[in-house]
Design a protein around this ligand. Sequence first.
Ligand code: ZN
Length: 273
Amino acid sequence: MIDSRTAARLRSHFRAAGSITVLTGAGISAESGIPTFRGPEGYWTVGSQSYHPQKMATHAMFSKDPLAVWQWYCYRRAVCLQADPNPGHRALVEMERQLGERFTLITQNVDGLHLRAGNSPSRTYQIHGNINWMRCSMECSAGIYPVPDFIPTAPVSKTTDTGLLEKLVCPECGSRARPHVLWFDESYDETFYRFESSLRTAQKTDLLVVVGTSGSTTLPNHIVNMVLAQGGLVVDLNITSNLFAELARSHQGIVLQGPSSQTLPEIVKLLPR
Ligand SMILES: [Zn+2]
């Protein structure tokens, strides 16, 4: 439960803020049952070797063994498609509906749950991509396409379809398609990941709500520090204490410890109608 003093502060900040940004990470999806894939559940066996996700999710690995990388993404996509948006996701849809153009959602999650819940693609910046989409590995265009329906979505541990690669091709030029996700050995950009748009949004953000992310990747760190530097308020929602909670605390921000599937709906109830 949000205490009355914090509720009053939140209410007045939501009323006064010109631009409100929500930054989400793995925590909000974990509450829908999606593992982070950075932990032990992310290991993947190819032949006799076991690979860490930080090895699998790389352009280097895709160049070396595209079939193994696609098999891994098919499995991960199946896990994501089995999960449903939770009350935290739905609260953000309601927040967007109420705040309109004052609202931007920046997400590190590739599971697509925010869009499935109903947030608009134009106001949702998927800075690490979306596992349900693919694009040309030769970058013949900036096109992004849904992963075709015939790609297995059963919760299999590993698809045995070795003909996957022939089916996963760029609809424009016929080259090999790749998952539309930012890999560990790649950089953010505007075309695919809304990098500059995210920074521009951070620059004008008066109120930043950070949900279920601990500050381990560079762009989220940058966004939080930009908002703090210009005197914006940071609200941190997380089940555990983390770097962003400490930053919020040391800048007169608000920290709500607990599952975001509970705290986000409570915050939405405070929005001025
Ligand atoms: Zn192409």
